[in-house]
Design a protein around this ligand. Structure first.
Ligand SMILES: O=C(O)CCC(=O)C(=O)O
Ligand SMILES: [Fe+2]
Length: 348
């Protein structure tokens, strides 16, 4: 009995035979560079994904098609290959070329298209999520001491991921860190109908996460909006909100965000990821976050690999220079309403 995940979370447990098959497929990706040959790499991963065990493909395709009441699905017992000591820095792509990164790319190749964001973690399609010195108390994914507030990933942009994949390479030594997954439907059921209706109105703004402005030269916060937080249907809500970044523009809207925050916190499920666990979260129908934990340094810290996945990459074409897989938004223009990418801006 594994105490790392709650029993009621949708879980696919891999057998030793499954692991062997997946390891063999992942090894075939090592000949293509995920940075300099990113298009080829993703295509290769998607082709190889056809060879994943049918049980795994079925669970992933069902999740893509129908979603899940918990807003996420957990694959448990994936092969990782050699895992070196946890790097001190998340910006150097320490995990990008590991066998584990190929495993992540294979799995997400079943549900969509991998992509990255500049300058967040250098725009790689597989990012290192690990605690970094100096960021302990921030709301960045590389924090540790602070609770990482519930959020939809990159709520500030229409080009956000449909799914976020988190593959655990190493748990924190104390096993304190838990990833939080909070299904939007559960939150909405806790709110007054008038509050739910208000969330559908464009009475909110959201700021661009600080980690996306690093090195951009933009001094202050960049605010996007007005936006509505809720779309979709009652059964299939689509949420766009980050409790560290999103605010109401009037008193009633601010109250609605507070009520939603309280409801989302009460609806959160804690998943303690173990090495070899991959959590795939639906970024529209669930919030996610993380509890606090301790950073030690010395190579034994918690280490996750993260991937952003779009169902349809064409949706973000305006933000992808050269039609590549890396989004590069001009955040100052985005804030003023227009959102051309840097390449388009330079051409005019
Ligand atoms: O560390 C975690 O469990 C989740 C962090 C997170 O929200 C992210 O990397 O997007
Ligand atoms: Fe996140």
């Amino acid at each position: 009995m594994n105490e790392c995940a709650p029993r009621d979370f949708a879980t696919v447990r891999l057998s030793p035979a499954d692991r062997k098959v997946i390891e063999h497929l992942a090894a075939q990706l090592s000949g293509t560079d995920p940075d300099t040959e990113v298009g080829r790499y993703v295509l290769q991963a998607q082709l190889l994904a056809a060879g994943l065990p049918a049980r795994v493909r079925t669970a992933l395709l069902r999740f893509r098609q129908d979603g899940d009441a918990r807003g996420g699905i957990l694959l448990r017992g994936l092969p990782l290959g050699q895992v070196p000591p946890t790097p001190e820095d998340a910006d150097r792509g320490g995990g990008l070329r590991l066998l584990a990164a190929h495993v992540l790319s294979l799995v997400v190749g079943v549900v969509g298209e991998q992509f990255g964001f500049l300058p967040e973690l250098s725009g790689r399609i597989v990012q290192d999520i690990l605690p970094v010195s100096g960021f302990e108390d921030t709301q960045h994914s590389i924090s540790s001491r602070a609770l990482l507030e519930l959020h939809c990933e990159t709520a500030f942009t229409e080009s956000r991921a449909d799914f976020v994949a988190l593959l655990c390479l190493r748990a924190d030594p104390e096993r304190r860190a838990a990833t939080l997954v909070s299904p939007v439907r559960e939150s909405l059921a806790r709110l007054a109908p008038a509050t739910v209706e208000l969330l559908r109105e464009p009475r909110f703004v959201t700021t661009v996460d600080g980690s996306f402005l690093r090195g951009s030269g933009i001094p202050g916060p960049v605010t996007v909006g007005p936006i509505s937080l809720l779309g979709g249907s009652a059964d299939h809500p689509r949420m766009r909100c980050d409790f560290a970044e999103t605010k109401g523009t009037d008193p009633l809207a601010r109250e609605a965000v507070s009520a939603l925050h309280e409801a989302a916190s009460a609806s959160a499920h804690a998943v303690r990821l173990c090495p070899g666990d991959l959590l795939l979260v639906d970024n529209h129908s669930a919030f996610h976050g993380r509890t606090s934990f301790i950073r030690h340094g010395e190579g034994r810290d918690r280490w996750l690999l993260r991937g952003f996945v779009a169902r349809d990459l064409a949706r973000s074409i305006v933000n992808r220079p050269g039609a590549g897989r890396i989004i590069d938004i001009d955040y100052e223009k985005a804030a003023s309403g227009a959102a051309p990418n840097r390449a388009a801006a330079a051409a005019t």
